[in-house]
Unconditional design. Structure first.
Length: 318
């Protein structure tokens, strides 16, 4: 129903002069009011749709706007280490060439091998933002510590380094509580390759696949090496969390032919320790999409690898 106030405003807009107005003028007035009401209704619908998009994208979506996010980063160096298929024109990708990852790449990358290259190809204090996602679980501690050291060297004052990877605390807690139902459905393809029924999969199988994938050719270690499997089971009961995860990952080494395998474990505490050893004084456990740097709030590009199983940590250089 058209409101009286809007009707009066419309009358004024078309020059209505009391009751002497023609029927044609009255029709034009009503048409104008109707159109304005429709526009207002559409504006409300658009606003509601935008709100729904924000909710679907995540709460951090309100913090990210492409046209605003990079205003403070014009001409700055932004790097993604172990970038895989990531691409954004403002970012420089650093990665090692391999058959496994080359087929999924978009755009060019700078060749950087965390194992063999001792230094990042940047001057000290020249990088503004650095990011690495689900890379460090593929490499041993010594190489990650060196890479962290290099990121600290290259970051400018006020620079931000964001790290995300599988959360060992989550997997370990699920193993102890035998609550791996959701993990099986996400990783069904692992076990279907060997026609392994769900009831045969044990909690330790998930831990092995998450942090020591290369320990066997198939997801089920006990079918390939029953003796080692029994030892792993015994160690899981005897050792503390950190000791067991160290023991498990010490059974595997990096293999370029199996570059996609996980051979290391990380949680917030271990990441914080390594980052502080690199020189970072300010380290915080972050959240999905929860970066202090607006560009890294874009969850369509960042933090989008199994976010519900990941840990997020940020470090800031003074």
């Amino acid at each position: 129903m058209i409101s009286y106030d809007r009707f009066l405003k419309a009358i004024k807009g078309v020059g209505f002069k009391g009751r002497a107005a023609s029927e044609q003028s009255q029709s034009a007035i009503l048409e104008k009011v109707k159109l304005e009401e429709e526009i207002l209704s559409k504006e409300k619908e658009i606003k509601a749709l935008r709100h729904r998009i924000w909710k679907l994208k995540g709460l951090n979506y309100a913090a990210y706007r492409e046209q605003r996010a990079y205003r403070s980063y014009v001409g700055k160096v932004l790097i993604n280490i172990g970038s895989g298929s990531f691409y954004h024109p403002q970012w420089t990708n650093l990665d090692v060439s391999s058959d496994h990852y080359d087929k999924m790449r978009r755009g060019n990358h700078i060749e950087y091998n965390i194992i063999t290259d001792e230094k990042l190809p940047y001057e000290s204090n020249s990088v503004c933002l650095a990011y690495t996602s689900h890379t460090i679980e593929h490499l041993k501690d010594e190489f990650i510590q060196r890479m962290f050291n290099e990121v600290y060297r290259c970051l400018e004052k006020g620079g931000v380094f964001r790290v995300t990877c599988p959360d060992a605390d989550l997997f370990y807690a699920a193993m102890r509580m035998n609550m791996f139902d959701r993990f099986f459905h996400r990783r069904r393809a692992w076990f279907e390759k060997t026609s392994t029924p769900e009831e045969k999969v044990e909690p330790l199988d998930y831990i092995k696949m998450a942090f020591a994938t290369a320990l066997s050719q198939t997801p089920i270690l006990r079918d390939e090496n029953p003796l080692l499997w029994e030892e792993v089971k015994r160690k899981s009961k005897e050792l503390s969390k950190e000791e067991f995860l160290d023991y498990l990952t010490n059974q595997v080494e990096f293999d370029i032919n199996r570059i996609g395998c996980h051979i290391n474990w990380w949680n917030g505490e271990k990441l914080t320790k390594f980052l502080r050893s690199s020189g970072f004084q300010h380290v915080r456990i972050s959240t999905y999409g929860g970066s202090v740097a607006a560009p890294m709030c874009d969850i369509s590009l960042f933090d989008n690898t199994v976010p519900d199983e990941s840990v997020y940590v940020e470090a800031y250089k003074d």
